[in-house]
Design a protein around this ligand. Structure first.
Ligand code: HEC
Length: 122
């Protein structure tokens, strides 16, 4: 008798929206290009607040004061690489926490690249 079993796999990516609880760091991330590495870390750690596309409107951002920085409208003049790096390292003393104990220097460099890539300003 052929009982057909349908097995549906649901992949639950737990914790990706709960800020601070999920992160993708080494070694998996290091097999990726720096931009891909930055994207993976961003989606795991930052998108909950800053939004998947960087618009500052992630699911956790509702009602947040100050609002998460909008990376789409940022430019190197308004948000320098160094500012991004420092914000990620030490935080801003707000819900924007520091990641120095979580992310490596390589991760943070990759994040700077990725955050830059989200800019849509001319
Ligand atoms: C819990 C929500 C939250 C998460 C998660 C979060 N941020 Fe932020 N971020 C903020 C908020 C809110 C601000 C606005 C500035 C402030 O808090 O003073 C901010 C500001 C920033 C700034 C601008 C800092 C400046 O000096 O202007 C950068 C860059 C930044 N975040 C990068 C990141 C990156 C990269 C990640 C992931 C590693 C991340 N953030 C994760 C909430 C968050």
């Amino acid at each position: 008798m052929n009982a057909s079993l349908k097995i549906s796999l649901s992949v639950v990516v737990a914790g990706t929206v709960v800020f601070g609880s999920a992160f993708l760091s080494t070694p998996q991330a290091q097999q990726l290009s720096p931009l891909e590495q930055g994207r993976a870390i961003y989606l795991g750690n930052c998108a909950g607040c800053h939004g998947v596309e960087g618009g500052g409107n992630g699911p956790a951002a509702t009602g947040m004061t100050p609002a998460p920085t909008n990376f789409k409208t940022a430019t190197p003049a308004t948000l320098s690489d160094n500012t991004i790096q420092q914000a990620v390292l030490v935080g801003k003393g707000t819900v924007m926490r520091g990641y120095a104990t979580i992310l490596t220097a390589s991760d943070i460099n990759a994040l700077v690249l990725y955050v830059r890539s989200l800019e849509t300003a001319p």
